[in-house]
Write a protein that binds this ligand. Structure first.
Ligand code: SER
Length: 603
């Protein structure tokens, strides 16, 4: 079974069950700046799961391109991917548990469709807690279809609940379907959902019953409000299912990656399967090249940059280039463009936008690769500038924090810092680097996860902090200078923020100090940041600052920072101001007539 066949069969099956096929949406979500990428098939359907009527009806089916980068560092093992395709069917207030499970079972097991023997399946259902009861209803349906009770596992919320954790939106218990590879159970507790390698998830039926509301400004947790109509959201990952159906051990061994892998092997003059470390690099290049191609080929494509989705794209490209170099692809030879051409050819059928944007894809990849090569050169230069001081250390150890700064600021890979240090008979304090790196990762996880199960988005953790600092600065300026000090523009990079505001005279040293004190005071207070969606009129009536002349959607997001600030904004923001560090103003200067500019950093 190929990916094309599986995609077609799925759509066809659900059409026979009265579903209308809808178009998958852009990888860059519309009207939802709180996430950088479409992370699941249900994502574009959230408004309908929350109650809006869908023009195509109550039964829908589609395939959706998705990106999840929360686990980017795990890519390289045989199963992780940052890009994947998700098949899904939806009931918007039509069938519920029984209907969804029966259709899932038929598609999986019927000879006419996937023909998986029922005895190879196991399922999980929600074990119940204070928010929702134990899902005996789903278990009974599975039993009625012939699934043995010992192959039905009851699991807690961490495993069998889907929806936004920590943020708002539709959610509910789910029932997941697993394929049993036939290995011996790893122990007495081993059952569907166990991560020992015996069971692999192939499909997830989510029973959307609740809307999780936002936590209150006072720090109180959100609540689970019953949805007006119950919905079903299901998701089947194409890559994983093809791997199982073709009896392969890894998704990288399937036809989905055959051509892509060949392009990498050819460029590197390396045969996959001969060296464990190199195989890992091959998988990273394959995955990242595919993701980068899809991001750049999207109708709402972003270019590589230091913020948001552009930053994720940059990381994907740079990591792929580095691993391409590790594989031996010489510096003068581009790593990604030849691989991207194969991706375009392979997927332009279901995703015609790739063909239409091929020129842009190749051009952007080429530019970014060249830039990265320059970055590497700059990083080496920076390293050499540091050297005289470093060499003074009698122990010849380079601090891990410095190595992390090179990594964070110049995108300078730690392996390379290590190599350069070795050339000078020095070592890098790896533990200290790992610690700094871990801290940075934790931050991106708590801030960038956007709460979807599976570890997802990376908002550009540094940018997120600067976004929140912008709100604090804006409010502090109004307090110190008066309400005329309104935001005229802002610009954020991974290194600093710039903020333009209306004011007629240079700020005095005293005014600057007062602004600094106010902002840092709010950081010290560790105020909670919360978000609510409302109409623009409601937002203004509630005292939220909205930017004059800005175009807003009819529903806007209002970010409230404790009792200090309330502003209409797309986000993303940190959860608590304590995450910001120390706020420092580096410069206050004129920007244009009547507009001043502040340049500030968080340290
Ligand atoms: N939203 C669920 C998932 O991604 C089912 O589609 O697993």
């Amino acid at each position: 079974m190929t990916a094309d066949e599986l995609r077609s069969k799925y759509i066809e099956f659900f059409k026979t069950k009265g579903h209308a096929q809808i178009q998958g949406k852009s990888l860059i979500p519309e009207n939802d700046p709180t996430v950088l990428f479409t992370t699941a098939g249900m994502h574009p359907l959230v408004p309908y799961l929350l109650g809006q009527e869908h023009p195509a009806g109550k039964r829908l089916v589609d395939f959706q391109k998705c990106i999840r980068t929360g686990d980017i560092d795990a890519v390289g093992d045989p199963s992780h991917l940052t890009f994947f395709e998700m098949l899904g069917n939806w009931s918007l207030g039509d069938y519920f548990k029984e209907g969804a499970i029966k259709m899932s079972f038929e598609f999986l097991t019927s000879q006419e469709w996937l023909g998986i023997p029922a005895e190879k399946l196991g399922v999980t259902v929600f074990a119940g807690d204070e928010n929702a009861c134990r899902d005996e209803e789903s278990a009974e349906v599975w039993k009625s279809l012939g699934i043995k009770p010992e192959r039905i596992a009851y699991r807690p919320k961490e495993d069998n609940w889907w929806g936004p954790a920590g943020t708002t939106g539709p959610c509910g218990p789910d029932s997941e379907m697993f394929y049993d590879f036939g290995k011996e159970p790893c122990g007495p507790g081993c059952g569907p959902g166990c991560s020992c390698g015996k069971w692999l998830e192939i499909w997830n039926d989510v029973f959307m019953q609740y809307n999780k509301t936002a936590p209150g400004a006072d720090g109180s947790p959100g609540t689970y409000e019953p949805l007006a109509r119950k919905c079903v959201d299901t998701g089947m990952g194409i890559e994983r299912t093809v791997t199982i159906l073709t009896g392969k051990k890894s998704v990288y061994d399937t036809e989905i990656f055959a051509g892509i892998r060949e392009a990498v092997e050819k460029a590197a003059g390396y045969t996959y399967g001969t060296d464990g470390e190199k195989d890992k690099s091959v998988r990273i290049v394959c995955d990242h090249a595919r993701s980068a191609t899809f991001i750049l080929g999207d109708p709402k494509a972003v270019s590589p940059s230091n913020v948001g989705a552009g930053y994720v794209l940059r990381r994907l490209i740079r990591r792929a280039v580095r691993h391409g170099r590790k594989l031996g692809i010489p510096d003068q030879q581009q790593v990604l463009p030849p691989v991207a051409r194969v991706v375009v050819d392979q997927f332009r059928g279901p995703y015609p936008e790739l063909g239409e944007n091929q020129h842009f894809i190749i051009e952007e990849l080429t530019k970014e690769e060249n830039k990265f090569q320059e970055t590497l050169t700059k990083g080496v230069h920076e390293f050499e500038k540091l050297l005289p001081n470093l060499l003074k250390d009698p122990r010849k150890i380079m601090s891990g924090r410095l190595a992390f700064k090179l990594y964070d600021t110049y995108g300078f890979p730690i392996e390379l810092t290590g190599e350069l240090a070795r050339e000078k008979d020095m070592t890098v304090n790896r533990d200290e680097f790992d610690e700094a790196f871990k801290k940075h990762q934790e931050l991106s996880r708590t801030q960038g996860g956007a709460g979807f199960k599976g570890g997802l988005v990376d908002h550009g953790e540094i940018a997120t902090r600067y976004h929140t600092a912008t709100h604090l600065l804006h409010k502090a300026l109004r307090i110190v200078l008066g309400d005329h000090a309104a935001q005229k523009g802002s610009n954020i990079t991974a290194e600093r923020m710039r903020f333009d505001f209306s004011h007629n005279a240079p700020m005095t040293a005293e005014e600057i100090q007062r602004v600094l004190d106010i902002v840092n005071e709010q950081i010290k207070r560790n105020l909670p940041v919360s978000m609510e969606v409302m109409s623009l009129d409601e937002a203004k009536a509630g005292g939220a600052i909205a930017l004059f002349g800005e175009k807003y959607e009819s529903q806007v997001k209002v970010y409230t920072i404790g009792d200090f600030s309330k502003e209409v904004c797309g986000g993303p923001h940190v959860e608590h101001t304590g995450d910001l560090g120390t706020f420092k103003i580096q410069k206050e200067q004129s920007s244009s007539a009547g507009v001043r500019r502040i340049r500030a950093v968080l340290e």
